[in-house]
Unconditional design. Structure first.
Length: 448
């Protein structure tokens, strides 16, 4: 049955398993009677989870009044080194003045010369050619070529340039090294001009597997237009990961192009300390507008954090932490941790509070796992005192205590010993690095 659905295509004198798309572009196409019908302009591929397969070819004819026609891939009879033959009479080919269906994924328009995300090496690259594999009477997109030689091949200068290079150095790396990246690691950035979103044809899980910091760098490598298009196409989890790893100027540019609901969704999805850092840099009326659209609980939390100085414990802390009443069983604590969703990976410490939410101790995941499931969490607390900082404690005080007691996070309390939030080592490092960077930029180089 499969062979009936896919008529056999003869590949003539082409012996190799792979072929470059540049070798097919403008290849003459002849009908079943051997009459010239046009040239191959583009190939439409069917997106798939891993490797897209050719589904149609686009023929172009005439100049300057160009016309285009789309033919199913099964309509091809033979492909060889010189030309392509199809099963139709040229009178049966439905030519039109234009073909620009934005719902399709095509090699020439959407991939060739376009920026793509290499989700393996975590960078933005430009496609100079496309490496295709002959398989099951179709062409399958196997790799993208990012080499200089790929570009020269496209320009039809491969043979003369190769000759010149061999003349001077027969062992040149240019002749031997291929810069091919597997398609499964590629995230196309093809922008739909109508919706201004990027058509993502590889599973978004590939982007989620990239470390957040690298994802932010990839995003910043794009121009403003591509940044917005990519951002609109992502799921909220990936949006949040990118947002907290880009500079304020880029953050501000993004929210200016988003709807109020989209901005609120992002603010609700990023850690409260990151949201606070962003909101406090905005004009007061913009901040108040965003807060008024947010849920009361989250808005109240952020409003409280915004009331603290940015270089104090209150200004640095995040309200996302793990705290449980002292009588909660270890089993119940582990169950709640397992079921809870986190905006960021939670700190390894779990804090223990009394009925008034006053801090009385702390523990960690290891202690909980080794404890008796039926014991109250208070029995699994560290025997030593849990040190904390106050809302108005300075960055220096926080850093000193964290270094002295080797804490990865430290709790923040108010004057009544009520737990308000925590500060992680990442928060301190970010702040200290920012201060050091500002000072460094003020240092003028000494003239010699």
């Amino acid at each position: 049955m499969a062979n009936q659905d896919k008529p056999e295509i003869t590949y003539g004198k082409i012996k190799q398993m792979f072929i470059y798309f540049s070798q097919l572009i403008d290849k003459p196409i002849f009908d079943k009677n051997g009459e010239w019908a046009g040239k191959l302009y583009d190939i439409i591929v069917q997106p798939s989870e891993v490797y897209p397969q050719s589904s149609h070819l686009i023929i172009r004819k005439s100049f300057p009044n160009r016309k285009y026609a789309v033919i199913k891939w099964t309509g091809i009879q033979e492909i060889d080194n010189k030309d392509i033959r199809i099963r139709l009479d040229k009178s049966e080919i439905p030519f039109e003045e234009i073909h620009n269906n934005k719902e399709e994924l095509t090699l020439r328009r959407d991939i060739l010369d376009q920026q793509v995300v290499d989700v393996y090496n975590h960078k933005v690259i430009r496609v100079n050619d496309i490496h295709l594999l002959f398989v099951d009477h179709c062409l399958m997109v196997a790799h993208v070529d990012i080499s200089t030689r790929g570009l020269i091949r496209r320009l039809r200068f491969e043979k003369p340039v190769d000759f010149l290079v061999k003349l001077f150095n027969r062992n040149a790396k240019y002749l031997k090294q291929e810069h091919l990246i597997s398609w499964k690691h590629i995230q196309p950035l093809s922008i739909n001009p109508v919706s201004m979103t990027i058509k993502i044809d590889v599973a978004q899980k590939n982007l989620r597997n990239i470390p957040a910091a690298d994802l932010g760098e990839i995003f910043l490598d794009l121009n403003a237009k591509d940044q917005m298009a990519l951002f609109k196409s992502l799921d909220i989890t990936t949006k949040a990961r990118i947002f907290i790893h880009i500079d304020f100027k880029t953050q501000k540019s993004l929210i200016e192009e988003l709807t109020s609901n989209e901005v609120v969704e992002i603010m609700n999805s990023i850690p409260s300390d990151e949201a606070t850092d962003f909101l406090e840099k905005l004009p007061a009326d913009t901040t108040h507008q965003i807060l008024s659209l947010m849920e009361n609980k989250q808005s109240k939390k952020l409003s409280q954090l915004l009331g603290y100085s940015s270089d104090s414990a209150g200004g640095l802390m995040t309200a996302e932490y793990l705290a449980f009443a002292k009588d909660t069983t270890v089993e119940a604590v582990l169950k709640q941790i397992k079921e809870r969703t986190f905006k960021v990976e939670p700190a390894q410490f779990i804090y223990i509070v009394d009925e008034n939410n006053q801090l009385i101790g702390s523990t960690n995941f290891r202690h909980l796992i080794l404890a008796n499931p039926q014991d109250p969490i208070q029995n699994a607390a560290f025997p030593r005192k849990t040190y904390s900082v106050h809302l108005d404690s300075s960055v220096k005080e926080v850093a000193y205590l964290m270094e002295k007691y080797k804490y990865y996070s430290i709790p923040v309390i108010d004057e009544n010993n009520i737990l308000q939030g925590i500060i992680t080592v990442d928060d301190i490092l970010s702040h200290v690095i920012a201060i050091a960077w500002r000072r460094l930029k003020k240092i003028k180089p000494v003239k010699t």
